[in-house]
Design a protein around this ligand. Structure first.
Ligand code: DAH
Length: 341
């Protein structure tokens, strides 16, 4: 082993052009491997005359550093370019499957309710969720200090309690009667708010569908037939309805509306709590005071109104026993209604 040989190898290293990762590995094994050329040259050190050893040692180092540097730089280059190759899009790879969302069960039932009522001439009306005292209470014959206000405690937006999140969709009745002339036949689906503790049966946010029909000669018989039509379209032809006397400030007379239990057909089961009947909403003949508040001639016109909770109808229809499920957005729950939408 001589200086000449070592210098020759140094040139060889400098001239080498490994073109890919495999060639680079060959280069590493050849020069830097445990049985490689450089190792051999180091081993030959003992044969070098003592006075030349220092120079030889330096040359060895130069060789080693040259080989290492070439190796390290190329390695970094190759691995960077191999990563960018990985990032290239493989157009032959199978596509990701995109999971389609499904309609929320409350939306499915809202649509179904709109569809049923539209078949008998009801159109959809909407109103704001932030309301004033007049539309949410006073015009609905529920003046300040009326005890019926207690049942509809909501979220107020000012100290004077003049602005609030609406506690019922009955507000839209007022807005429509203030701006349209009878005949009026509308339903008002929408979100409402109450200051309620959240439980399996109550929530501070929920949805209602309000109905209003104003014309000359509208009677309680029209109300009953309309509600019967709705109940049978929604729950099945065998369903019958019953009306229990009740109180709402904006209707007179007022009634609570039940349908015969469509699960057990009135025999008694857990859905109807063994009574054979399930409650689906409130209704009544619009109080003349409400008509007058909206400047509708109460001598000439009569009308009926009703209000139903959409969550309530949805729970009955799909036999869901906990209201909170609607708000949790657990896809395992929501996916079950896929085919229904
Ligand atoms: N607004 C009532 C409530 O939220 C529901 C209701 C009852 C609406 C009777 C009506 C009605 O239009 O006539 O409790």
């Amino acid at each position: 082993m001589s200086f000449e040989k070592a210098n020759e190898i140094l040139k060889e290293i400098e001239a080498a052009h490994p073109e890919n990762a495999d060639a680079l590995e060959q280069f590493r094994i050849k020069y830097l491997g445990t049985k490689g050329v450089i190792k051999d040259l180091f081993g030959a050190m003992k044969n070098i005359a003592a006075e030349q050893r220092k120079d030889y040692g330096q040359l060895m180092n130069t060789l080693k550093v040259a080989a290492e540097q070439k190796h390290d730089t190329l390695k970094a280059q190759f691995s960077a370019s191999s990563q960018s190759t990985k990032e290239k899009i493989d157009i032959t790879a199978p596509a990701y499957t995109l999971n389609l969302g499904t309609r929320h069960p409350v939306s499915i039932i809202r649509h179904k309710m709109i569809e049923i009522f539209s078949r008998i001439g009801f159109t959809v009306a909407e109103g704001p969720e932030i309301e004033d005292d007049w539309h949410n209470f006073t015009a609905l014959n529920t003046p300040e200090d009326h005890p019926a206000r207690d049942m509809q405690d909501t979220f107020f937006l000012d100290e004077e309690k003049q602005r609030m999140l609406r506690s019922q969709t009955s507000t839209v009745q007022i807005r429509v009667m203030e701006t349209q002339k009878p005949p009026i036949r509308i339903i008002c689906p929408g979100r409402v708010y109450r200051n309620e503790t959240i439980s399996a049966r109550a929530h501070c946010t929920f949805h209602q569908v309000e109905g209003l029909y104003i014309d000359t000669d509208v009677s309680f018989a029209d109300l009953k037939q309309t509600m019967l039509y709705f109940a049978q379209e929604m729950f099945g032809k065998n369903v019958v309805v019953r009306f229990r006397p009740s109180f709402f400030p904006f209707t007179e007379p007022s009634a609570e509306m039940d349908i015969s239990c469509f699960v057990c057909e009135g025999k008694g089961c857990p859905v109807c709590k063994q009574s054979g009947w399930v409650e689906i909403g409130g209704c009544g003949m619009v109080d003349p005071a409400v008509l007058e508040n909206c400047k509708v001639d109460a001598e000439k016109y009569t009308g009926f109104a009703f209000g139903m909770g959409i969550e309530r109808i949805t729970m009955l229809k799909y036999r869901i026993n906990d209201l909170r499920l609607f708000f949790e957005n657990d896809v395992r729950f929501l996916k079950q209604f896929e085919s229904a939408s």
